[in-house]
Design a binder for this molecule. Sequence first.
Ligand code: ADP
Ligand code: MG
Length: 845
Amino acid sequence: MVKQTIQIFARVKPTVRKQQQGIYSIDEDEKLTPNLEIILPRDLADGFVNNKRESYKFKFQKIFDQGASQETIFENIAKPVAESVLAGYNGTIFAYGQTGSGKTFTITGGAERYSDRGIIPRTLSYIFEQLQKDSSTIHTTHISYLEIYNECGYDLLDPRHEASSLEDLPKVTILEDPDQNIHLKNLSLHQAATEEEALNLLFLGDTNRMIAETPMNQASTRSHCIFTIHLSSKEPGSATVRHAKLHLVDLAGSERVAKTGVGGQLLTEAKYINLSLHYLEQVIIALSEKHRAHIPYRNSMMTSVLRDSLGGNCMTTMIATLSLEKRNIDESISTCRFAQRVALIKNEAVLNEEIDPRLMIIRLQKEIQELKDELAIFTGEQRTEALSDAELLQLEKLITSFLDDQDPESRLEVGTDMRKIHHCFHHLKKLLNDKKIHGKSTVSCEIKDQDCQEPLKEEEYKKLRDILQQRDNEINILVNMLKKEKKKAQDALHLSSMDRSECRHSQSLPFPPGNPEGLRTLPSSAPKQIQDVSTFGYRSSLLHRKTESHLEPVSIPKAPDDSPHPLTEPTHQGDVTGILKGMREEMSLGRQEAFEIFKRDHADSVTIEDNKQILKQRFSEAKALGESINETRSKIGRLKEEITQRHMQQVALGVSENIAMPSMPDLLEEKLRSQLEEEKRRYKTMFTHLKALKVEIEHLQLLMDKAKVKLQKEFEAWWTEEATSLQVNSPAVNSLSHVKPFPQTPEFQQETSQPLLNKSNVNARKILPSPSPIPHSQEHNSTSASLESSVPERPASSVPLTGDSQTDSDILAFIKARQSILQKKCTSSAPSVWIMRKVRPRELT
Ligand code: ADP
Ligand code: MG
């Protein structure tokens, strides 16, 4: 058992502004417990006459200042926990702090760079690396990912759902058994055999979380996420199994209400916005008080799930994330105070060992049999029923191996059962008789032979025996050669099939590297449906990767620009890329254009673009490395072949000249062998490097996929909002150069036919979709004093479509042409624009 208080660490998020730096200082002089001092700025402290403190000091195990890298955080905080989990103890790491202080960044990682990956991907990587090294134990790893929002649990890893809101995800409930153990009903556990599979699960969960979030539920700041790695291990042959769980927890934002100022009084009065954090604090207060009998774990789902992590069987670590800017001082002080209380909690971690019942049964059955035998000796009571077929077979096997054993000391152990002993004698007798008969017949045969042939001379006999021996040797050599050839052919076959499957793998990527942008553009007719399909696409890609990874643990990725666009072609029916491609073709021009511009102006597109470049670079690195690996592999093959040939030459020489193998080591062979070793080493180094590259590529692809889903989600939201507000404000005074045609769809018409007057936020938009058709009454009500409102005719930007695809595409082509003219002319010659506008609707209707 390991007794340990909860370890607390602090991490300060980098601040944008330099002048904020005087707000805190870190004192690491005292080696054991570093101090974080938060200094109240004068203007804030002065406001509290009765409670005037200028600074607060807090002790932490270690404090990580703004410059601390994700690697440092992992090495110092997560690695020791991962190690104890590998040793069979439960572990928990939770991040606590206000929204925006870096909890998600610390636990999961940043969405941009590979180097920003957080504790979860690094821990997975570390755990799988360690498991791979330890081949003496059998391991299984499972992953679960739970989100708790408003006291409800949701399974983030449900692959069947295309969740567009949290409620679409399976609900997880808590069950408590009579021993007060907590069970989570409906939380799926997914086996992950490799790091890649586990990483796919992480991204699947994160994407589900992102898609399910709506502005209403603000899930990312108000919910808790618990990513759990379940590890079990067993020595081969042993009946003892070890189970350990590692919870990696991203808590809800710890900000409180009553945020009116700073000072002792106010700070204690402030209340958590999130109720379950309030209950978490109550549990922690209860635990830190000595002799407190009742700990209110049951008050909230989160404290129930984390019960072991808080004062139970677990090694627990807390990271207090701090965004130390002036406006966040009070929240930062709250976070540190909370940490100080957490540090008082003692946990008792025990090794979670249990006996595998199946192995235990086998062991006990054997023991029972031995005891029965022993008992039979003492009581002298003999069993009389006939031996079973299985027992007889077992006995005969024992006799055969006894007879074959050359050791004169060997014994035939059949226990004390007289039936078995008798059977052994019978069987031996039978064998002996059979041999006698056989022996006689061979002797008579020999006699017959001798009758009809001259008796063989001793010398001749010996010579013939030698020849026979030589032939045997030759045959052996030839058989070995054949075997080797066969194996080589098989290897070659395997290699080419591997190459093929590699191709398949790249071809079926949802966002093929040949078109890394591969953005899912959407037809306007079904925004929700499309979102679902693309979500499905994303998810199936994750699952797809999961299965592929079984086939091809280390494949050489194809470069993104190998061929024009071979990778975008769907390779089988139902391929997501195919579906999306089809949809893109069907998609309306206006929406496509709007999406293109939205994408271009979106902040994330820079990240996507950057990552695309890095990805390309990594792809070519991997490709080059793959080629070198293949070269080395063939070189190794050639060397092996040379060695075999050389060896056989020597043997053949020995056989044909009837001399023993030269006892002197063959120099050439030695040289070949050392070359072979060298190549093998090279191969291994490159292979390890390629594996690391592959993990990085995989991670970058997942990051990009996630960014794309996010972009698309934001476009959908923006599009709907724009259309709605334009309807309210139309005829809008859109910047002419930005006017976009907006194709009509049944769904859109339905949506816009409802008056949504409360949403009128059209300011500060860069690109706007054109307003939808509006009822004439509404149109005339417009009070806009714009140039357009003085024109009697309705602005042409709202175009009713006919439903006939040919006509509609003509209309859209016209609009496009108009738009380019508008773009050219709008700045210089407004009148011509208006002429255009006046004319066009008549032409169209
Ligand atoms: P939280 O999850 O606590 O609400 P986030 O992790 O989302 O906060 O962080 C808010 C923003 O700050 C994100 O854009 C994140 O990338 C950035 N950020 C947080 N911590 C760091 C850090 N240590 N280094 C760089 N950027 C950070
Ligand atoms: Mg967060």
